[in-house]
Design a protein around this ligand. Structure first.
Ligand code: ZN
Length: 375
């Protein structure tokens, strides 16, 4: 599909997204609940505005480092960014910056509206770099990931350049910083309250972000959470399950499906692949309103074979579906069925039926697709 088609087809879609948030409610809603779609803007109007936006000269270069032809957008800011900067944005967490691909993602109407309303890179940089010190070295195309990460954090997460430092009130500043920290522990690690992760997630914000700054990203993994089968009961008769995936420092959640042990999500989550490649952790939780969420099993997936296959076959021109390798299921393995890495429509994919671990019973079907960095 060409770019234009990809940009326009989502306007007609209303995919069930885990990410139904308005620009305004962006940072405040993060608990994995299904949000109702509050968008009432005229889609054709949004399309016009988006097209106008894409044609603006400022949007032909990454808002953060100036690399030409950026193929990603960071919400709620509405900045068009390059793939390298997109990796850093993604590592900040979706509560700060939600990265969507202009080519790959199915966008919700709200995301389209959010971007159409943003004004694009010119507006974003006028606001978020308003008080960038004159001698500050803004990243360029050839900057190391670490320097890029420091700038992007300051610009969007800490928003250091939004106000004139001369007039910044120290009390206010302190408050903002504090709120930021709370938001971090609340939304990124919220589901781990009272669980095995508690100690690890406490007081770790600063160190974690420094670690993130060192990470190189080698590509993107799309994780389709398809369905759960025969999951464990955590409420009286049933459960309200959702899935969280973790790759290195990044995590994402599906929506909650109420009152079922056989949920169907059909939901796509995307993460950047750091180097070295950590295992993909998949965790199922039962959403509880008044207490911390209960665990319903987990699994760890080695995504290295998929990445190797994607690298090997990314430039091949195989058009028919081809199986590359098979991982056999056995009675005690984490695989409930044989798992095959294959090329389908030029995409390198792996379907996996996971037997959830550390739980009475339950299986989870997922599908992975790897997109190497140089796309
Ligand atoms: Zn960039």
């Amino acid at each position: 599909m060409d770019d234009e088609n990809n940009l326009l087809h989502f306007l007609d879609d209303t995919p069930s997204s885990h990410y139904r948030k308005t620009c305004d409610g962006y940072s405040s809603q993060n608990d994995g609940d299904d949000q109702s779609d509050t968008s009432d803007a005229d889609p054709s109007n949004a399309r016009d505005r988006l097209e106008t936006l894409l044609n603006q000269p400022a949007n032909k270069f990454c808002a953060d480092c100036g690399t030409p032809d950026p193929k990603w957008a960071a919400l709620p800011f509405g900045a068009f960014i390059c793939i390298k900067c997109s990796g850093t944005h993604r590592s900040l967490g979706v509560h700060i910056s939600k990265v969507i691909s202009v080519n790959l993602d199915e966008w919700t109407d709200e995301e389209v509206n959010c971007l159409a309303n943003s004004g694009g890179n010119a507006t974003v940089n006028t606001k978020y770099e308003a008080f960038l010190p004159e001698n500050y070295k803004k990243p360029r195309q050839d900057f190391a990931t670490e320097d890029r990460a420091i700038f992007i954090r300051k610009k969007y997460e800490l928003q250091q350049f939004v106000t004139n430092p001369q007039f910044a009130c120290p009390l206010h500043k302190h408050g903002a910083e504090k709120r930021h920290n709370q938001q971090h522990s609340g939304s990124k690690h919220g589901t781990f309250r009272n669980s095995w992760r508690k100690k690890e997630s406490e007081n770790k914000g600063v160190k974690k972000m420094m670690d993130v700054g060192m990470v190189e990203f080698v590509g993107l993994i799309k994780v389709d959470i398809i369905r759960g089968t025969d999951l464990a009961v955590r409420d009286v008769m049933s459960s309200d399950p959702y899935v969280m995936i973790i790759l290195g420092h990044q995590s994402m959640k599906t929506k909650v499906i109420k009152n079922t042990l056989n949920p169907i999500w059909n939901e796509r989550l995307m993460l950047s692949i750091p180097d070295p490649v950590p295992p993909l952790k998949v965790l199922v939780f039962d959403k509880d309103t008044f207490t911390s969420d209960d665990r319903m099993g987990e699994a760890e997936v080695d995504i290295q074979p998929l990445i190797s296959a994607a690298r090997e076959y990314q430039s091949s021109i195989i058009t028919e579906s081809t199986q590359i390798c098979t991982f056999l299921a056995s009675e005690n393995s984490i695989l409930a069925k044989d798992s095959i890495i294959s090329i389908v429509d030029g995409k390198v994919e792996q379907e996996i039926a996971l037997r959830l671990q550390n739980v009475e019973h339950g299986e989870l079907e997922i599908k992975l697709e790897c997109v190497p960095l140089n796309q």
